[in-house]
Design a binder for this molecule. Structure first.
Ligand SMILES: *Cc1c(COP(=O)(O)O)cnc(C)c1O
Length: 300
């Protein structure tokens, strides 16, 4: 699979910035979610499963991706969704509506119960309810997912000094760390608050050639402000590249800010990984509209 790379114009700087357009892999299956599911689906087939079960929130890219990829590959899919109030809101939630149209069945659980989702009790209850299934963890991150994410970088990518990506559960960056060459520096931009990520990533990454830059989460997971929305809209106007507000928007905002602050040595070559996530824009816009705030606009 050859994914396009696009140069971004940066004014008043000697650094060169390139964008790997993993978002173009598929409009609904986010680039990195596709990679994370690839070897999981192969494993599920090998184990002769008919059903994939996974977990996610109301606007989860992973839920949308699993529903779509499951359907394409002949699996029944089940989504355990965080928030029992959502059961009555499927029609007004673009992500859940899409997943349902792909044939995904939902089980809505309270936020309290959702916190227990990794416990044996919780899983055995699910087994009683749904029979046997292949379980993919929240965000899709497990060792098969890391294998898939290792394919993000190709042999030609050794020309870049820095690889930058957004971080949620840390699976994507772990795969990138594993396939980066030792001379390359991987920079991760967490989209959420919390100091557990460093350890989580080290569990999966074979090299510690990465740094986390934690200054650009904008208050936490799913949080945005006017400055970020403005940035996403003007970035689209200038480059015709859509960014999502949960992950890639924050990462690119961070990279551009670091360039302004001369973080990168002169003439550095920087590769940004566009992990996708554009399906989540519709849901975010609904929320912004409800609060009478500026929305994300990708029309010309
Ligand atoms: C899930 C997701 C991420 C985070 O990936 P992790 O492997 O969980 O760190 C980044 N970008 C987008 C668009 C995503 O959907």
């Amino acid at each position: 699979m050859k994914v396009p790379t696009q140069e971004i114009k940066i004014l008043n700087s000697t650094v060169k910035v390139f964008f790997r357009r993993e978002d173009l892999i598929h409009p609904f299956v986010s680039g990195n979610k596709f990679r994370k599911l690839k070897y999981n689906l192969l494993q599920a087939k090998k184990e002769k499963h008919h059903t994939i079960l996974t977990f996610g929130g109301a606007f989860s890219n992973h839920i949308a991706a699993t529903a779509y990829a499951g359907k394409k590959n002949g699996f029944q899919t089940i989504g355990i969704i965080r928030g029992d109030e959502l059961a009555f809101k499927i029609e007004e939630n673009p992500t859940l509506k899409f997943a349902q149209d792909c044939g995904m069945k939902f089980d809505f659980v309270s936020r309290e119960d959702y916190r227990m989702k990794d416990s044996l009790d919780f899983i055995s209850n699910l087994n009683q309810k749904f029979g046997s299934f292949y379980l993919v963890p929240e965000g899709g991150t497990n060792s098969y997912a890391i294998l898939g994410c290792e394919e993000t970088l190709t042999d030609d990518d050794t020309i870049y000094d820095y690889i930058c990506c957004s971080v949620g559960t840390g699976g994507t960056i772990a795969g990138i760390c594993n396939s980066a060459s030792p001379s390359q520096k991987v920079l991760g931009f967490p989209s959420l608050k919390g100091d557990f990520l460093q350890k989580d990533i080290c569990n999966f990454a074979k090299q510690d050639n990465f740094s986390l830059i934690s200054d650009y989460h904008f208050g936490g997971y799913g949080k945005v402000n006017e400055e970020l929305i403005d940035f996403i809209n003007s970035f689209y106007k200038e480059n015709k590249i859509p960014l999502d507000p949960i992950y890639t928007g924050k990462m690119v905002f961070g990279v551009i800010d670091l360039i302004k602050k001369n973080y990168f040595p002169e003439n550095s070559k920087i590769l940004l990984i566009h992990t996708g996530g554009i399906q989540g824009v519709a849901g975010m816009n609904l929320k912004l509209k409800n609060k009478n705030l500026q929305t994300i606009q990708f029309d010309d």
